[in-house]
Design a protein. Structure first.
Length: 108
């Protein structure tokens, strides 16, 4: 038996539920970065940029564990990527793989 007062309360409850859903969205402001399928030096650097942002925003041990897992994925992606090898005769030659590996080490 309803006395008609339930309708405004229901609307209020729905608004509260929507607010709660919004709070949950704030905890995960952005979706986790995904390792690029066709990894290039540029795409891997962008991936590492996203991981660095997540590291800066980490507030809990679970957040740090997530970052660690992403760094593991990045390492795997770097190993599997078809990146140019540095010229052995040129000491100043760029080494994209080495640079990316160094960056992962810095983020750890």
């Amino acid at each position: 038996m309803s006395n008609g007062d339930d309708d405004p309360a229901d609307a209020s409850e729905e608004a509260d539920a929507a607010d709660d859903g919004g709070d949950a969205g704030e905890q995960t402001e952005t979706a986790a970065p995904t390792l690029p399928d066709d990894a290039t030096e540029e795409s891997l650097n962008e991936y590492l940029d996203e991981i660095a942002e997540r590291l800066e925003a980490a507030e809990t041990e679970a957040d740090l564990d997530d970052v660690e897992a992403l760094l593991d994925d990045a390492e795997t992606g770097i190993e599997e990527a078809d990146l140019p090898e540095p010229d052995e005769d040129d000491e100043d030659a760029d080494d994209p793989r080495g640079d990316l590996e160094d960056r992962v080490a810095e983020l750890r």
